[in-house]
Ligand binder design. Structure first.
Ligand code: NAD
Length: 358
């Protein structure tokens, strides 16, 4: 079989650090395994446009491996070219770069390594909430500049204690964020999700479900987005919804950039309607140099906690999602059942309830 992997270039770092498994150089550690079974393994970072390796090789690929960090967008049109394609594996979590509805129609299975990096992301969410609420980035920039003016920072720095924090999406990551918020003595923890948590799980983290999205955001000092990107979440955080946020709320999005309207969020930060926005996911990746999220600032000069997409690709996470990808391939080659939690699209139907209420 032909296995095609779309990964990001790691260059010098990947040569020096073999645990950077999700790179073109280190190939998810799969080459020896795949070749020992007689499979062809093509690895590339070239993914966009008709002349890219992705578009050329997809025509006779049997198994496609992609990562959300350098997404190879598998559109309906590309699927029509991919006559042999049977399985798409996401090395990581989040398979929105695949047209899932088209995969259902064509009986192409979509699997991901569920859970592989959810702790990594939950930790990044905690860091992002704290750096916004405490006004960390401008404080650090001041130090690097050689300045020292405490009042300029403290005028927009707060405690997380006593604030209302809500997660949009209370699945693996959202729930772990609620768990990690426990010792901060927040005023209240809320969640918005069409799948209610079991009562025992709700009680464990003392979180209250709010069923209406506008009502939910209007109660939160901090909103963290932990839902997948699908037709029900694309662009859902836009000018209209932002009007229902508490004035000066903080927004953290490590789920997918396109859940937010980029211009609307940037305007809300610039006007101070949002006190800050942090996250690592962008509506286009790599983000163009002039993307409004790179330089947006609130009226007091802070409120930007953006990073490149790396929260789910720590070295610890890479070990887990590389191993998980291999297990999915082994199961497939040996005709063994897949872990049900890893199956997003099975043969001709959605197996996950996370990509829209069906
Ligand atoms: P999960 O499937 O365990 O949980 C997702 C939850 O979102 C589910 O409970 C689902 O019901 C809920 N949901 C779906 N649509 C919703 C909506 N419209 N409103 C509210 N809730 C909704 O997934 P997870 O492991 O928690 O991951 C969530 C997402 O985080 C992934 O799909 C991915 O996009 C993103 N992610 C990002 C990184 C990163 O590196 N930044 C890494 C891993 C995952």
């Amino acid at each position: 079989m032909k296995v095609l992997a779309i990964l990001y270039n790691g260059y010098k770092a990947a040569k020096a650090e073999p645990r950077l498994l999700g790179t073109v150089e280190n190939e998810l550690g799969l080459r020896a395994y795949l070749e020992s079974l007689g499979h062809e393994y093509v690895v590339t970072s070239s993914k966009d446009g008709p002349d890219s390796d992705f578009h050329k090789h997809i025509a006779d690929t049997d198994i496609l491996i992609t990562t959300p960090f350098h997404p190879g967008y598998l559109t309906k049109d590309l699927m029509d070219k991919a006559k042999n394609l049977k399985v798409c594996v996401t090395a990581g979590v989040g398979s929105d770069h695949v047209d899932l509805n088209a995969a259902v129609d064509r009986k192409i299975q979509v699997l991901e390594v569920s859970g592989s990096n959810v702790v990594s992301v939950a930790e990044q969410v905690m860091m992002s909430i704290l750096l916004l609420v405490r006004n960390f980035v401008p404080a650090h920039e001041m130090i690097e500049r050689g300045d020292w003016q405490v009042s300029d920072i403290a005028r927009n720095a707060f405690d997380l204690e006593g604030k209302v924090v809500g997660t949009m999406g209370a699945g693996r990551i959202g729930y772990r964020v609620l768990q990690r918020l426990q010792p901060f003595n927040c005023k209240e923890l809320l969640y918005y999700d069409y799948n209610a948590l079991p009562a025992s799980a709700e009680n464990t983290v003392n979180a209250r479900r709010v069923e209406d999205l506008k009502d939910f955001v209007s109660q939160c000092d901090v909103v963290t987005v932990n839902a997948p990107l699908h037709e029900g979440t694309r662009g859902i955080i836009n000018k209209d919804l932002l009007q229902h946020f508490k004035p000066g709320a903080w927004l953290v999005n490590t789920a997918r950039g396109a859940i937010c309207n980029a211009e609307d969020v940037a305007s809300a930060v610039k006007s101070g309607q949002l006190r800050g926005y942090a996250g690592d996911v962008w509506n286009v990746q790599p983000a163009p140099k002039d993307h409004p999220w790179r330089h947006m600032k609130n009226p007091l000069g802070g409120g930007n906690g953006m990073t490149p997409h790396y929260s789910g690709t720590t070295l610890d996470a890479q070990t887990r999602y590389a191993e998980g990808t291999k297990t999915i391939l082994q199961n497939y080659f040996e005709g063994k059942p897949q872990d049900p939690g890893n199956v997003i699209v099975g043969l001709g139907k959605y197996e996950s309830q996370s990509y829209g209420k069906r």
